[in-house]
Design a protein around this ligand. Structure first.
Ligand code: PLP
Length: 427
């Protein structure tokens, strides 16, 4: 039996309809921007392995940091104990996150969001405000697959089957936009009107607003304008509603700045980080908050404490990987690579026969009807893409160079032309 057959017999894969699932590609090794299958065929990883990889696969600096850490301290309980890699990582991140000074560790993006939701809820309870029990979120937002994260991702379409079990959420339309979008002003006005309606009716019942900053990832890499987020935040803050920025996907340079909230110059009350935190090596997450939120949990008695924690909280190997990844991110050459990827995206998208072409930082996306056909043909030609519905996106590791991206766009353009003969572009 080959690996694919052995897998089929025993493994249940994520987000997969097993009955009709296509044959799985067994990956033997990975290096830089490429993963290699059993026949040693390379695939350019244009989805950064579900958005986690930053600096390329098997990066020696991160690998060494993990190895060195593992032979001195692999793990220790984090209640009542601490260690250098955790403290150093938070000190270092703090220098990039002005105004955010308290760091709570967990294991993945969903738990980083759960922690923010629970802290926001308990923040009000601890101060005797029992009314603020509702959350505000955007239609189509995706925040993870655990119950709290599913509740606020109510309209994502992924979790409808569980909706009877969700807590109360109010939603706002997300004004997605793209190149040459003439309707954006109307879409934003419509969304702001919906928000004002909620605030007029229920502002004093709302605990927090949660936003995927600038880009809704799993909803199809839908992008909005930074000014819009600015308006939303300043509106909700008039009512003291807490603000959670879910930067699980957009953190660590993805949107062109270290964190996407820098582009709106707003300091949130909570920032959720995961995916790129360890450069794509190990699962680790952080929920970062303010001194103001932290102080609301301080008391002589335990009952105001935040009673939450995972067995692998602040795993030292994860922290060591994150520190090494952060060192790479802070190199001048990394920001230059990020800029080069942005330029290559703009050039590559310009003459693609596709609709709703859009770019933010290192993420490019467009819509085509035949996205699944495109995916299949791309895989044949050594390009790893994974469209979300009709939305195709390219989100490469920062190790990807301009000529690799140009070649990828050429292949995609040719495939699209073969699917839609006679169409040059839809400008
Ligand atoms: C992926 C993602 C999550 C969930 O992260 P997991 O590590 O998959 O649990 C949450 N929020 C956003 C914005 C994401 O993209």
């Amino acid at each position: 039996m080959n690996l694919n057959e052995r897998d089929k017999k025993i493994i249940w894969h994520p987000f997969t309809q097993e009955k009709i699932a296509e044959h799985r590609i067994a990956i033997k090794r990975a290096y830089g921007s490429y993963i290699y299958d059993e026949q040693n065929k390379p695939y350019l990883d244009l989805i950064s392995s579900w958005w986690v990889n930053l600096h390329g696969h098997a990066h020696p600096d991160i690998a060494k940091a993990i190895y060195n850490q593992s032979i001195s301290l692999e793990h220790v309980i984090f209640a009542g104990f601490t260690h250098e890699p955790a403290v150093k990582l938070c000190e270092k991140l703090h220098s990039l996150l002005p105004g955010l000074s308290k760091f709570f560790f967990s294991d993945n993006g969903s738990t980083a969001v759960e922690v923010a939701l629970k802290m926001a809820y308990q923040y009000w309870r601890n101060q005797g405000d029992l009314k603020r029990t509702i959350f505000l979120s955007f239609n189509g937002g995706y925040h993870g697959d655990t119950f709290g994260a599913m509740s606020i991702g109510l309209k994502s379409g992924f979790h409808d089957i569980f909706s009877d079990l969700f807590f109360s959420v109010l939603t706002i339309p997300f004004p997605e936009t793209w190149d040459r979008d003439e309707e954006i002003q109307n879409k934003e006005t419509y969304a702001l009107t919906a928000l004002e309606h909620h605030l007029n009716n229920s502002a004093d019942k709302i605990a927090a607003l949660i936003v995927e900053r600038l880009i809704q990832g799993a909803n199809g890499m839908k992008m909005c304008r930074p000014e819009f987020v600015k308006k939303v935040v300043s509106l909700v803050r008039r009512y003291e509603i807490l603000v959670i920025f879910d930067e699980v996907m957009t953190g660590f340079g993805r949107t062109g700045t270290y964190f996407s909230f820098e582009q709106v110059k707003i300091i949130p009350d909570f920032l959720c980080l995961a995916k790129g935190l360890t450069g794509g090596f190990l699962p680790l997450a952080l929920t970062v908050t303010t001194e103001k939120v932290y102080s609301a949990f301080l008391d002589e008695k335990f009952n105001k404490a935040f009673a939450h924690g995972h067995s692998y909280t602040a795993n030292p190997l994860g922290c060591a990987a994150a520190l090494a990844s952060l060192d790479l991110l802070l190199k001048q050459s990394t920001m230059e690579s990020i800029q080069a990827i942005n330029n290559a995206h703009r050039k590559g998208l310009a003459d693609l026969p596709a609709r709703q072409r859009r770019v933010t930082g290192t993420i490019a996306a467009f819509d085509v009807h035949e996205a699944q056909t495109l995916k299949r043909k791309c895989l044949e030609q050594g390009l790893l893409i994974r469209p979300l519905g009709n939305s195709v996106y390219l989100l490469p590791p920062y190790s990807t160079n301009t000529s690799e991206l140009e070649e990828a766009y050429d292949k995609i353009r040719n495939i699209l032309k073969s699917i839609y003969p006679g169409r040059c572009n839809t400008k």
